[in-house]
Design a protein around this ligand. Structure first.
Ligand SMILES: [Zn+2]
Length: 188
């Protein structure tokens, strides 16, 4: 039985194509690694131009992603290789929404990189903006509904310049117009 007291972030180390990699990772874990299921609890990947959250093991099930921490953590895998380039912002904002969702069940668990527990690995990638992520999570705590709302809009591709909305008091009408058009498109 998994007793989550932390969240651990991974990358898949594979290129994110526009088709579903989650099933391929699952097959690899079962057939090549001998796991009974995919090792992670959650995954985030691009499917037809939109980042989707994929469910792996149940959160109460012990994971198979981080040696020494599988009985007390939730493992999230971002599909992609972030050793050479940063994950796209839409993927990161989807991650923030997912973390908020996990917080609603377990409270504000501390977040770690896989590398923290396995220093010989670069996971979730040398270019992964971990401090930026922690900063965003802090900004979008439950006492900051506005930042949470902006994060949600980014992960749904309604807004692509979160910093503009978060660090600006006097919005320009062209941005507001663009925002309204994006929302209208999503409603179609
Ligand atoms: Zn990892």
């Amino acid at each position: 039985m998994n007793k989550p007291n932390k969240i651990i972030i991974h990358h898949s180390l594979t290129k994110d194509s526009k088709t579903v990699s989650w099933e391929a990772i699952k097959r690899y874990h079962i057939n090549n690694q001998g796991y009974r299921d995919i090792g992670y609890h959650w995954g985030i990947e691009l499917v037809k131009n939109e980042y989707k959250v994929f469910k792996g093991r149940e959160e109460w099930e012990v994971g198979a992603h981080t040696r020494g921490a599988n009985t007390n953590s939730i493992g999230i895998c971002l599909v992609g290789n972030f050793d050479n380039s940063e994950p796209p912002k839409e993927q990161l904002y989807k991650l923030i929404v997912l973390i908020k969702d996990i917080y609603s069940r377990y409270g504000e668990l501390p977040i770690y990189t896989h590398n923290h527990f396995a220093s010989y690995k670069s996971c979730p990638g040398r270019k992964f903006p971990f401090n930026w992520l922690l900063d965003q999570i802090k900004k979008s705590n439950p006492n900051n509904d506005f930042a949470s709302a902006i994060n949600k809009l980014v992960s749904n591709k309604i807004v692509n310049s979160p910093d503009y909305w978060l660090n600006n008091e006097n919005y320009k009408s062209e941005y507001v117009r663009e925002l309204i058009k994006n929302i209208a498109n999503k409603l179609n």
